[in-house]
Design a protein around this ligand. Structure first.
Ligand SMILES: Cc1cc2nc3c(=O)[nH]c(=O)nc-3n(C[C@H](O)[C@H](O)[C@H](O)COP(=O)(O)OP(=O)(O)OC[C@H]3O[C@@H](n4cnc5c(N)ncnc54)[C@H](O)[C@@H]3O)c2cc1C
Length: 389
């Protein structure tokens, strides 16, 4: 399928694919088994300028958008979504600054994020606040020229490895949804430490860790935007980042599909390659249809989002749901096509299936995405004058 990429977009795709093939594929099993953070690959990605794809040129980036970033993430995910998540999560941490930061904050942080010199992370989730973000307990109290943070964030991607953290904290609980604010935290800020490092089903090349704030004092100019904008910043950030989660699913699905087709062409049972059995052909066909459909949805959505539309929550949620569900289905079917060999660590599809599950959970579960889509549909149809029956 030709998606009519520009020459520059093809170059981004080719470069990312080359890094995935040469630098990620050979070590993905080791990263998974040893739960290693992929620092070597991060350095290669930094040298290739890919960290700056979506960051404006004035802040040292390439001046592209969500679409260009998706092209890179897809190729990295083809080899390993653990590494690709590490890459994409830096963007998630950068978006609050990019969207709502002051000029000084942008100048201070974005150039280092764009060059990959410093990784970023995004801290929202807490032990009692997952889907229901309003339950967060971390507080930020103004004290003269400082804010003092107390609380613990849980399951933060790039936790402990990143240098720059965008963190949501409560500044005024009495204001409810207008009582949250975003802050920039730096590794090394007094009172900011790292807690439990998680052991996971999949996505093991990605670090997932607690962030602990104990009387953590930061200068007041680390507030992003204004006090009370925290929940809006979180939602606008997710609108920008959710196509990137969907495209992780597309890259992963394509990786599993390619292995399944190659295996089915080589594996002989009953005297024939198993691809000659219609049951196997239909599985592969469904895998290919869904992967391409997810790619088409996410490419067109990412291009649309780069026009800065107001109504992006619904389509961003659709990308996240569809990319994640397709990846779960396609990787599970890939294991089935490989039979017992698919269940063994000798082939990468068992890792792909373990990895895929996260795409239905993080950055808002797929149930929550469907809630968003349903609520937006209700609003849209409520505004329409037409009737349909
Ligand atoms: C590997 C990993 C990395 C992560 N990285 C980050 C990160 O970098 N930054 C960060 O802030 N967070 C991160 N998270 C947290 C992640 O975003 C949350 O796990 C997710 O939002 C769901 O929250 P929860 O796990 O507490 O589930 P819960 O909210 O407890 O949900 C449990 C179940 O109930 C369902 N449910 C809950 N409410 C509703 C509802 N209203 N309607 C229908 N179903 C509902 C959910 O869909 C789910 O199936 C990460 C999580 C993991 C596992």
């Amino acid at each position: 399928m030709d998606y009519f990429l520009t020459e520059e977009q093809r170059m981004i795709q080719d470069l990312s694919a080359q890094i995935a093939k040469e630098k990620i594929r050979p070590i993905r099993a080791q990263l998974d088994q040893q739960e290693e953070f992929p620092w070597e690959t991060v350095k290669v990605l930094a040298q290739s300028d890919l960290y700056g794809l979506y960051i404006p040129e004035e802040y040292g980036g390439m001046g592209g958008g969500i679409f260009e970033n998706c092209l890179a993430v897809e190729q990295l995910a083809y080899a390993c979504i653990g590494v690709a998540t590490t890459f994409a999560a830096s963007g998630l941490g950068a978006y609050p600054i990019l969207l709502y930061g002051s000029d000084e904050q942008k100048e201070n942080y974005l150039p280092d994020i764009a060059t990959g010199k410093r990784l970023a992370a995004f801290g929202l989730t807490e032990s009692g606040a997952g889907s229901d973000v309003s339950g967060i307990q971390t507080t930020a109290v103004r004290d003269g020229d400082s804010y003092i943070l107390n609380g613990t964030k849980q399951w933060i991607t790039n936790g402990g490895e990143a240098e720059i953290y965008s963190i949501l904290a409560i500044t005024d609980r009495s204001k409810g949804p207008r009582g949250g604010s975003f802050f920039i935290l730096e590794k090394g800020d007094p009172g900011f430490t790292f807690g439990k490092k998680e052991k996971k089903l999949g996505l093991r090349a990605s670090a997932t860790r607690e962030l602990v704030f104990q009387d953590c004092r930061i200068p007041k100019d680390r507030l992003i935007g204004r006090e009370g904008m925290g929940f809006i910043i979180a939602m606008k950030t997710f609108d920008k980042s959710r196509p990137g989660i969907g495209i992780l699913g597309v890259g992963l699905s394509q990786g599993a599909l390619d292995i399944a087709v190659e295996y089915a062409r080589k594996r002989v049972q009953f005297g024939k390659p198993i691809i000659s059995f219609q049951a196997i052909q239909h599985k592969l066909a469904n895998m290919a249809i869904k992967t391409e459909a997810a790619r088409a949805l996410i490419y067109s959505t990412a291009r649309y989002m780069d026009t800065d539309p107001h109504d992006s929550s619904k389509v961003a949620a659709m990308c996240k749901v569809f990319g994640g569900d397709v990846a779960m289905e396609v990787t599970t079917e890939a294991v089935q096509v490989l039979g017992g060999y698919g269940y063994m660590q000798d082939y990468p599809v068992e890792k792909m299936m373990r990895d895929a599950k996260i795409l239905q959970i993080y950055e808002g579960t797929n149930e929550i995405q469907r809630n968003i889509i349903g609520q937006e549909l209700n609003k849209e149809y409520g505004r329409m004058k037409d009737t349909f029956f």
